[in-house]
Design a protein around this ligand. Structure first.
Ligand SMILES: Nc1ncnc2c1ncn2[C@@H]1O[C@H](COP(=O)(O)OP(=O)(O)OP(=O)(O)O)[C@@H](O)[C@H]1O
Length: 264
């Protein structure tokens, strides 16, 4: 479903600030795979998602989605294949528009621009039905401005907007990191439910090792632009945080020194 071959990305190439953010990444996700991604600061996790989404162009390598080579496509052209949720709850939604207007925009994503933004009764029913999955009562607030929602509600809405058109690939970029623990737990649970409901092929970056172990069927760890660990389903099921830290040490010959992972 998603295949990256030999993908590399260097920032400020040829200068003293040269940074190899991705270094020969090979990654293959089967349809329905839910892969969690962890790694140290600056490991290249966000760059990886940006290269998949087309926000950044790789210097080398190819990205294919469902067998189609999308390497040359722009972010907009890839939008019909990809749903994405960012860390910032403000990033995925428009505060001055209503819930139904936001959903209508998301519904159009990647479709021809000639489609009208108008909300028909059938579409409104469709939105209501999907909003009810969130169990936040938003299905009764279609005309409410999104700016009035809490961060957790907005992030839940962003998640729904990224997924209800059933994209080929869902990219989650630390999408619970800016929420307080209770709301983070809610959005984590919704993520689990929605990914399962639509059988979405998902790549989720998180700095929370427990979340990375709880969610998904596979886990990858990145370090200095490379995938250094790729934990398959059977092994991941029984893994604890300590096992992950030990696995990192075995590969790198040094302790994993990132407080934000361990202090969660
Ligand atoms: N647009 C950019 N311009 C220049 N350098 C960049 C850019 N984006 C990322 N980098 C650099 O590339 C490296 C990888 O960054 P990236 O954001 O992908 O890491 P990350 O694993 O997501 O890190 P973090 O967990 O800290 O968010 C870092 O050294 C970063 O400073």
């Amino acid at each position: 479903m998603l295949r990256l071959e030999n993908v590399s990305k260097t920032f400020f190439a040829g200068t003293v600030n040269e940074k190899k953010a991705l270094n020969g990444i090979n990654l293959h996700l089967e349809a329905g795979d839910f892969v969690t991604v962890i790694g140290s600061n600056g490991a290249g996790k966000s760059t990886l998602l940006n290269v998949i989404a087309g926000r950044l162009k790789s210097d080398e390598g190819t990205v294919a989605i469902n067998g189609e080579n999308v390497t040359a496509l722009t972010e907009h052209e890839r939008a019909r294949y990809i749903g994405r949720v960012f860390q910032d709850p403000m990033a995925g939604t428009s505060p001055s528009m209503t819930i139904e207007e936001n959903l209508a925009l998301a519904y159009r994503r990647g479709k021809k621009r000639t489609l009208k933004l108008g909300v028909t009764k059938a579409k409104r029913d469709f939105f209501r039905e999907h909003l009810s999955i969130l169990e936040l009562g938003l299905e009764d607030r279609l005309k409410a401005k999104v700016g009035l929602l809490s961060g957790g509600q907005r992030q839940a809405l962003s998640l729904l907007m990224a997924t209800f058109t059933q994209p080929e690939i869902l990219l989650l970029d630390e999408h619970t990191a800016a929420l307080d623990p209770k709301r983070a737990a809610l959005v984590t649970q919704l993520t689990r439910d929605i990914v399962a409901k639509f059988s979405l092929t998902t790549l989720m970056v998180t700095h929370n090792m427990e979340q990375a172990l709880q969610l998904g069927n596979r886990l990858i760890m990145m370090h200095e632009g490379r995938i250094i660990l790729d934990i398959p389903p059977e092994q991941k099921k029984s893994m604890q945080t300590d096992d992950l830290l030990r696995a990192f040490e075995e590969v790198r010959g040094e302790a994993f020194a990132e407080d934000r992972y361990i202090l969660q």
